[in-house]
Design a protein around this ligand. Structure first.
Ligand SMILES: *Cc1c(COP(=O)(O)O)cnc(C)c1O
Length: 235
């Protein structure tokens, strides 16, 4: 039987190998363990194996796990990576360390107001709609700068970079093009806003495409099923 610790170690090995193949330093690439739909005991198992960065997609589920795990698993860095409705922003501002899915100024303003003074500023990534599909969330590439300007004016938020969820595709060439575009947009954001803050995070790559993402400059891969197994949404 493979355990969560085994699969975590395999995911880490994939990152190291991909970095080497792409002539990158593996220490530049963080592993975010995506634990949505999985019980707190699975997070505990990954934590015991040394994992400290966890990603959740749903507000209520995420806050519950953070509350349950704060005392047994100190020093976890919690990332909110799901779509966020404005009326659910408060629990994210109060409990998470990072938000990957910022896509509008109104949400940024709310989060800034709601971020408790005793916590460090909330780290935010602007989600980019790289696949140009009507249904997908994220800002259009040409709207990144305006939203980045807005975030940099808000003292309780800290702009850290960009995030993308490419549309699922079997077309390797298309996937490669989209990820390369993201890298270009990220570098351009570093140039335009790097002096205003620390633009150091390009969040892309999941269980199925982390090698390609790393080859295109990803600094944080979000890995769920390869660590925790397939998800069961029926419960
Ligand atoms: C669920 C999810 C992941 C993890 O996907 P896997 O294919 O299970 O690795 C990564 N990013 C986001 C935004 C997700 O919602």
């Amino acid at each position: 039987m493979t355990t969560i610790a085994d699969r975590l170690s395999l995911a880490q090995q994939r990152i190291v190998q991909a970095a080497q193949i792409s002539s990158r330093n593996p220490s530049e690439i963080k592993l975010l363990a995506v634990s949505k739909t999985k019980p707190a005991s699975d997070i505990q198992a990954a934590y015991d194996a040394g994992q400290r960065l966890f990603g959740e997609n749903y507000v209520q589920e995420g806050v519950q796990k953070i509350t349950d795990l704060t005392s047994p698993c100190p020093n976890i860095e919690w990332h909110f990576i799901g779509p966020l409705q404005s009326n659910k922003s408060r629990p994210v501002a109060e409990h998470f360390d990072w938000l990957h899915t910022l896509d509008r100024e109104k949400l940024a303003i709310r989060l800034n107001e709601q971020r408790p003074a005793e916590l460090a500023p909330l780290n935010v990534l602007i989600q980019v709609n790289i696949s140009d599909e009507e249904s997908k969330s994220g800002v259009k590439p040409e709207d990144i700068t305006a939203l980045a300007d807005a975030v940099c004016r808000l003292p309780r938020l800290r702009l850290r970079g960009l995030m993308a969820i490419p549309a699922p595709t079997d077309d390797k060439e298309r996937a490669q093009t989209e990820l390369a575009n993201m890298q270009r947009l990220f570098k351009s954001l570093q140039q335009s806003h790097g002096t205003l803050g620390q633009i150091d995070t390009l969040s892309m790559g999941m269980s199925g495409d982390l090698e390609l993402a790393i080859d295109n400059g990803s600094t944080l891969v979000r890995v769920g099923s390869a660590i925790f197994g397939e998800r069961d949404y029926s419960r």
